[in-house]
Ligand binder design. Structure first.
Ligand SMILES: Nc1ncnc2c1ncn2[C@@H]1O[C@H](COP(=O)(O)OP(=O)(O)OP(=O)(O)O)[C@@H](O)[C@H]1O
Ligand SMILES: [Mg+2]
Length: 352
């Protein structure tokens, strides 16, 4: 399961234009009250997020529940319309395009190449549809296949995700959680996309099944030349499958680096705290264990300055009043912390 962490230099990483580049992405949900549904405020679910994903890599997107990971993923595919920002995607047919500006017709073309798999393999499959209908739906909707050809392609896709093609007349209820996640994967991959948003695809599964699905994702990535944005709420899952990791806190990106660098030398106190919470099998005592105290900030009423300051062990006065920038402190390593240069934070020395 373990993937070699990326040891390329950042200049190598940036030599090719990224497959996906997200700039200043925002998604505010209105909070409505009363009979006339007056807007009384906004949930700032995604609040000015910048990141990129290189072709062929797995980018981990990590943060606590409610920090905006799913909303970010859904905006990228324009499943929901972003409030503002740019989403540049290198589409094999349309070239470099800003997905946020696309209308219905063009979106259908782009969605052939950008797809999503979901956390809950029970809720995400229509119980009244057979596997043939579920996996074949995107092929039919995009006019990519019909009739016998469609059946052949569904059979081939089922085989690729480790399911027997003769299952195609069955309904999802006949399958276990892990098998359902394979069905979801077959549906996402049927149009042979380039880019997949994997939204916590193993969180709802048993630990033993998690490893199988992660292995399958890696095999398919190699076979089909896929690029993943892999969403997870803890760092331990992404450690083994991502070349790079981005960490979100209350709608903002707080750190982004190669997995190796992020784990060895984290630069944001929130990343350090997430890392110290990773369970480890070795019984040797750790230097220190950072407990995240206090509540996650409310995205409808975020704190002033740095959103993390009420929970931060290293807080200073400036953190309470001024929002830090998301700066590139070394090539390819971005961090949003006033004290990034002076703090010496603890990473995980051994990514076993
Ligand atoms: N349709 C919506 N209307 C209003 N608020 C929403 C909507 N969707 C999400 N939110 C809010 O936006 C914030 C971010 O939600 P999101 O689902 O993106 O978080 P997440 O990081 O994926 O969390 P989780 O780890 O629990 O899946 C949350 O405060 C959530 O309540
Ligand atoms: Mg989510």
């Amino acid at each position: 399961m373990t993937k070699q962490t990326n040891t390329h230099s950042a200049s190598q990483i940036q030599a090719q234009p990224p497959l996906l580049e997200v700039k200043a992405l925002k998604k505010y949900f209105p909070i409505q009250r009363g009979f006339f549904k007056r807007v009384v405020g906004h949930v700032k679910a995604v609040d000015g997020v910048d990141f990129y994903v290189n072709e062929g890599e797995t980018m981990g997107l990590v943060g606590e529940s409610g920090c905006g990971k799913t909303t970010t993923g859904r905006c990228i595919l324009k499943a929901i319309a972003p409030s503002s920002g740019e989403i540049w995607f290198q589409d094999p047919n349309l070239g470099r395009i800003d997905v946020s500006t696309l209308e219905h017709e063009q979106l259908i073309h782009v969605r052939r190449n950008m797809r999503m798999i979901f956390q809950d393999p029970y809720a995400s499959l229509n119980p009244r549809m057979t596997l043939l209908e579920i996996v074949g739906a995107p092929l039919r909707a995009m006019n990519l296949a019909s009739g016998k050809e469609l059946e052949d392609r569904v059979a081939e896709m089922l085989r690729r995700v480790g399911l027997r093609p003769e299952y195609m007349r069955r309904y999802p209820h006949a399958f276990s959680g892990g098998q359902r996640q394979r069905i979801g994967l077959a549906r996402a991959l049927a149009p042979q996309p380039k880019f997949l948003v994997c939204d916590e695809p193993v969180s709802a599964l048993d630990v033993s099944v998690q490893a199988q699905i992660l292995n399958l994702l890696q095999e398919l990535q190699e076979e089909m030349g896929l690029t993943y944005l892999f969403v997870a709420h803890d760092l331990s899952v992404v450690a083994h499958i991502s070349e790079r990791v981005a960490v979100m806190y209350v709608g903002k990106m707080v750190e982004m680096a190669t997995t190796h660098e992020l784990f060895m030398t984290p630069k944001h106190p929130y990343t350090e705290a997430l890392m110290s919470a990773i369970p480890r099998p070795d019984p040797t005592p750790r230097d220190k264990r950072i407990l995240l105290t206090g509540e996650v900030a409310n995205p409808a009423k975020p704190p002033s300055g740095c959103y993390f300051h009420p929970r931060c062990t290293y807080v200073k006065d400036i953190c309470k009043t001024e929002e830090p920038a998301f700066d590139e402190i070394s090539p390819g390593h971005f961090v949003k912390c006033h004290r990034a240069a002076e703090l010496n934070l603890s990473g995980v020395m051994n990514l076993a």
